[in-house]
Design a protein around this ligand. Sequence first.
Ligand code: FES
Length: 109
Amino acid sequence: MSGAPAAIWVAACAADDVEREDVVRFDHDGRTYAIYHSPDDAYYATDGLCTHEEAHLAEGFVSGTIIECPKHNGRFDYRTGEAKGAPVCVNLKIYPVKIEAGRIFIDLA
Ligand code: FES
């Protein structure tokens, strides 16, 4: 048996709901996530709250593959979750994404 946890795919929204180089908020089971559409037409998902002071990242600004927090302008690479600029120093959690029949699913396992 493999030690990897089974995937828990959750339907988030329609792929069309997320414009290219933009982000939308997705709430599920008391938690908040952020779903991104990159300039090269790929989709990504991260925790929805900044690791600095828990601002909603979906209210921030997407530039290329960077999400800039709306509160103090901390930056993350939303593909990897890597913290890219002060004051953020803790990486964001990221989640696998798949598209099926025009809908975005994220794996919350
Ligand atoms: S809350 Fe995001 S940078 Fe401070």
